[in-house]
Design a protein around this ligand. Structure first.
Ligand SMILES: Nc1ncnc2c1ncn2[C@@H]1O[C@H](COP(=O)(O)OP(=O)(O)O)[C@@H](O)[C@H]1O
Ligand SMILES: [Mg+2]
Length: 326
């Protein structure tokens, strides 16, 4: 009897039916003979062993529980992307790793909770001119992120209070200059499937003014498809290549899905974010997008499925058996 692979599409309690953007994936997987189950990452009832592949999609609530989330990732078999990538990518300190190996990232000042900064010292860490951003190193969906004006004493005061609130909660604070092209053109999201650049999307500015605290699980913003420039794609490829080298995964199986967000700074394109954990792929905007991802999932689910492993062992096809884990 042939085994129909079943994949888990992983979400969080606040998004129990998957994000609208991911919903078309279920029909696209069915077309390719793959069943899909929506599973909540911290639901103790889920038997992760039962799936041929576990693909993280919408786990927006990990920011305040990162260690728990990373431990969960390490415990799940056949996880996409793998747990090492999840650990590295759930803390934006990864931008400093990328900068060290020469990837152009938005210049960032890191305020660590351990450094016990006074209001006066915080003040000196903010730019003297222009707008700037305060955001936590572990976050997603723009939550707890705020935009401030260096020239306004009131705004600087709000920024200090924002930073202090994050630091008091033990969270690292990132300070960046506000890249003004985000208001004019937005940020460019570069989506990679199976390690190959697949499509681009443009997202409009997300931060309207001083932080007003977390509202809901995430903010979505307006996104539309866009033709990415060769320079943008090149930065995305370099950033992912460097990330793989940093994790010692250079020669291994490419990541199922990844996204690199770039902005146009005066110095050229710079990386704002690399998303390997639950990259929004904007599937509902891209004709053929759901099938492209479903194809990649189906190929992996077939390779790693327990039934396929048994079959390949019987027929002694070592290349096909490579994905077998038990
Ligand atoms: N330095 C910056 N300049 C301009 N906009 C920024 C900057 N940092 C963050 N933003 C805005 O805030 C949003 C969220 O920040 P981001 O770094 O992408 O974190 P996340 O998406 O993980 O919350 C971005 O989509 C962008 O609109
Ligand atoms: Mg972002």
């Amino acid at each position: 009897m042939s085994h129909r692979p079943v994949v888990a599409l992983v979400t969080c309690r606040e998004v129990p039916h998957l994000d609208d953007d991911d919903a078309p994936l279920i029909a696209a997987l069915a077309e390719r003979g793959v069943g899909a189950a929506i599973a909540v990452w911290d639901d103790p009832q889920v038997d992760w062993e039962a799936f041929d592949l576990v693909a993280i999609r919408s786990t927006w609530d990990y920011a305040l529980r990162r260690e728990e989330f990373v431990r969960w990732a390490a415990s799940v078999p056949r996880l996409q992307n793998p747990a090492g990538a999840i650990r590295w990518n759930t803390d934006k300190h990864y931008l400093a790793d990328l900068a060290r190996v020469g990837i152009p990232v938005i210049p960032t000042d890191w305020l660590e909770p351990s450094s016990d900064l006074s209001s006066r010292r915080l003040h000196t860490r903010f730019p003297a001119l222009g707008d700037f951003v305060i955001k936590p190193a572990v976050s997603g969906g723009s939550l707890d992120s705020g935009r401030y004006s260096a020239g306004s004493p009131r705004s600087r005061g709000l920024a200090i209070r924002h930073a202090q609130r994050l630091l008091a909660a033990g969270r690292t604070v990132m300070v960046q200059r506000y890249v003004t092209s985000v208001d004019e053109v937005g940020e460019t999201a570069l989506v990679f499937v199976d390690g190959q650049f697949a499509w681009g999307a443009r997202r409009s500015a997300m931060l309207e003014g001083p932080d007003t605290g977390a509202v809901g699980t995430y903010r979505k913003g307006a996104v539309r498809p866009v033709e990415a420039t060769a320079a943008e794609v090149a930065i995305g490829e370099r950033a992912l290549g460097a990330a793989r080298e940093l994790m010692g995964e250079g020669g291994g199986q490419p990541w199922l899905a990844a996204r690199v967000d770039v902005v146009a700074a005066d110095a050229g394109p710079q990386v704002l974010e690399v998303e390997l954990t639950h990259p929004s792929l904007y599937l509902s905007l891209i004709p053929g997008g759901p099938d492209r991802v479903a194809r990649a999932i189906a190929a992996r689910a077939g390779l790693t499925s327990r039934a396929a492993c048994q079959t390949t062992r019987l027929t002694q096809a070592p290349a096909a058996a490579k994905g077998c884990t038990s």
